[in-house]
Structure formats: C-alpha cells, structure tokens
Design a protein around this ligand. Sequence first.
Ligand SMILES: [Zn+2]
Length: 288
Amino acid sequence: MTGTSFDSVSTAAAVARASTAVAVATAVAVAAVGAGVAGAQTTGGGTAPPGDPAITDVLCVTKCIKPRKGVIGSKVRIVGTDLQQVRIVSLPKSDGRRAKDTSPYVKPSGAVLAYVKPGAITGRVRVADSYGQRKDSPIEFKIGTQAQLQRARQKYKFPVPGPHQYWDGLGAGRGHQGQDIGAACKSRVIVAHSGKVIERSGAGPEGAAGNYVMIFNKRDNRTHTYMHLFNPPAVALGDAVTTGQFLGKVGQTGRASGCHLHFELRAGRGWGQVLNPTPLLRAWDKYS
Ligand SMILES: [Zn+2]
C-alpha cells in the first residue's frame, strides 16, 4: 500500500535542503564504571548510579494547547540526559504537593513519556529516578483549561475529514518532502490551518505538484502546501482562508500514482525549509 506514489516536488534547491535536514544529534550518556569497587558495595549488582538526570525540554504530545501547554490528561515528552531510570514525573499542585505519574514510559531514545495527572498546575516538571535523584525542568509546562483546548482545536484540523490512510512520510528513501494521505478520489480536502493563499496552480495542473495550493500563516510563520488536488483549488490567490474551509478534492494530478493528498509543512513563507508534518497531522487526526 505504501510506496505506490511517486510524486516529488519541485526545485532542485528544495531537494538539497531536505537532504541536509536528516542528521540527528544523539546525546551520549556517560557510563559510570564501578567495577573496581563493586565487591565492597552492598547495593547489589555492582552497578553505579548513572549521572544526575537532566531535563532540556518538556513538550506536549496530546491534548495540546501550545507546544508547552496542555491540560490534565495531556501526554508530555521529556527530553534530556540520564533519564533512563526515571520512575516518577510530577507537576506541582496548588496545595504544595505534587501531581505524580508513577508509571512513565522511558523510550529507547532516552526520552520519557508521562501524563499530566489530576490536580497539576503550571510549573516546572520534576523527574525522580530509581536512585532518588531529582531534577526540575528549566522551564515551566503550562496547564490550561478545557475551554482553551477546545479553542486550540478549532484552529487546526486534519485536512482530509473522511476515511484516509498514511502513505509515505518525509524522506521515504526518495527525498519525499511531505506526508502522503491516501483517500478515495474526490474525498473532501479542507484547510488545516487558517492563513493567506500565497500560491496556487492556475487553470490546470502545474508540474509535479498538479493542482496545488500554498497557505501561509504569518503568526505561526509556517506554510502548508496541498498537492495533487482533483481540480484547481477552490480558493483564489490572496484569499484569507480559515480552518475547516473547503479547499478541493483529493486527486492524483501532477506526479502522483493513486489518489492522495501530499501535505507539506515549511518554515517561513513559501518554499522554505521542509519540516516534518506527520506528528502534527497525527495530532490533528485524533480530534478532527
Ligand atoms: Zn507526496
């Protein structure tokens, strides 16, 4: 089912940019070696504690109002170093106690996933590991209201409201620059996020993108691009469009095989740096 679409987009410069965005920095934890004195210790196993856990960032994963703002029940991702032994993740409560998640999940990458528990208020996220070491995040994670979450969700929607599948994402071994969303031909496509139409195909399909439209949101400083639409986009150049507005229908115009929406996320206005749209799409998909 995957690998059946062959669209790719446009300028050689854009392709070059994508290839430089793949490198991932990996933090290497310092291994504590206690073998020489293991026999004298009574802690069992002879393994010395790892370094102090340290948090570099706390990001909202589900039920998000902003990248670092969620609600009770939000899932958060804590990134940092020496987090492998984290057993408790907590936020402050108004009574001075802590709202604790006592079963966080440590990912193979070393990041920690945890939930915001009832009673939590805005504050620094604290981790405690199995050695009793604690550390607070350098910045606060904010807790908002359900009403704020509802408003945030009205701002972003999944662009294909009907039945759909995730096809190729970023890269896909071919320098693919977006996320392909497979759907029946002529399925509805809506505006994922409000903005201004800064580019669109004209009377008919143009190049690899086919019938496409680019929408720039000045406040986010992001551009969303929708490609391979069945017909020319249902919006005009310069239009201010709003989330949920009808944009067109899923097609396979341009360089595409099988009806799907090719969705791109780029930094800035227009054909800027390619960013991975898939985590955002999956988040919008959950509540759209
Ligand atoms: Zn594509």
